[in-house]
Design a protein around this ligand. Structure first.
Ligand SMILES: C[S@@+](CC[C@H](N)C(=O)[O-])C[C@H]1O[C@@H](n2cnc3c(N)ncnc32)[C@H](O)[C@@H]1O
Length: 290
């Protein structure tokens, strides 16, 4: 018998994990997380032996995933547009449809020149606001990220730190919707964007794992999910400059109600846009230009 310690390579661990989970991409992401290498670097390390500590870590995260914890929380990171975000149970896992909401906000903010002031209300992980910071020109842009949850703001701050210089123009504020912002910014914003909680508390279509794992403050709102949207729509016109825009992610059954709220609050140009799957999920209101 050899006295050499038995070793296991990443290729063997990847095969074992894929068989155990019956899901190939997930097995790969979990192995990459335990190995600490991603993409090409992970592939290059496939025939390297894993350390005991790495194997223990893989066992731990595979067990968490098998118990029903969302993959994003298990791996601790999630991609959103051009950036990688750290995520955990303090924040909503950013959704692909929200990338489209960010796209609209970026498009509108980019059209403001040479300077632009934008706010992402209810920023969570920072997904929308940090995308604005990363994709708009650094010079001339200021982005405010707010949340009522101090835990969420901690995550957003950590994600901003991870972006380095790209987030040099980002400011953070804690509080409920517009209460978070300094009063002197009244009437100054070019674009305000938000993906607020908009799910009705009794909505039976919400997946059990979403209810169990993601923060309820991020998901649910009273009045058929419209309570937070109503506050943002009512208060936003006085925070926008003339001709400024509000961009909101909404539920696909809320289009009539949100259109009515926007019109009643004085928005004179209201558009409901489809997401990439063709469902009406983005509301855009523009205030009068003069
Ligand atoms: C649907 S999540 C969106 C998170 C992130 N913007 C995204 O798109 O992934 C809603 C966010 O709004 C925050 N929130 C809930 N109520 C709020 C309030 N009254 N004022 C400010 N933020 C609030 C939650 O903490 C949560 O981070």
């Amino acid at each position: 018998m050899s006295d050499v310690e038995p070793t296991i390579t990443w290729r063997e661990l990847l095969t074992e994990t894929t068989i155990l989970l019956g899901e190939s991409p997930q097995a790969r992401w979990l192995c990459e997380t335990a190995c600490g290498l991603k993409g090409e670097e992970f592939l290059a390390a496939l025939d390297e032996p894993a350390t005991e500590r790495m194997v223990r870590q893989l066992d731990g995260i595979v067990a968490r995933y098998r118990s029903g914890e969302p993959l994003a929380y298990v791996t601790g990171s999630w991609s959103f547009r051009t950036i990688d975000l750290m995520v955990d149970r303090r924040v909503l896992i950013p959704r692909p449809e929200t990338e489209w909401v960010a796209e609209k906000a970026i498009e509108l903010a980019r059209a403001c020149s040479p300077t632009r002031l934008v706010a992402d209300l209810g920023t969570g992980s920072g997904a929308i606001g940090l995308s604005l910071a990363a994709e708009l020109p650094l010079a001339g842009t200021q982005v405010w990220l707010t949340d009522a949850s101090t835990d969420a703001l901690d995550v957003a701050r950590a994600n901003a730190a991870g972006l380095g210089r790209m987030a040099a123009n980002v400011r953070f504020a804690h509080g409920s919707w517009f209460e978070a912002l300094p009063g002197e910014l009244n009437g100054c914003f070019d674009v305000i964007v938000s993906n607020p909680p908009y799910i009705d508390v009794d909505d039976v279509e919400v997946q059990p794992s979403v209810r169990e794992w993601e923060p309820s403050l991020a998901l649910f709102a009273p009045s058929q999910g419209l309570a937070d949207i109503a506050v943002i729509v009512a208060e936003s016109p006085r925070w926008l400059r003339p001709g400024g825009s509000l961009v909101l992610e909404i539920g696909h059954r809320q289009t009539d109600a949100v259109t009515r709220l926007l019109s009643e609050s004085g928005y004179d140009e209201v558009r409901i846009l489809p997401d990439l799957a063709g469902r009406p999920r983005v509301a855009v209101g523009r205030t009068t230009s003069t």
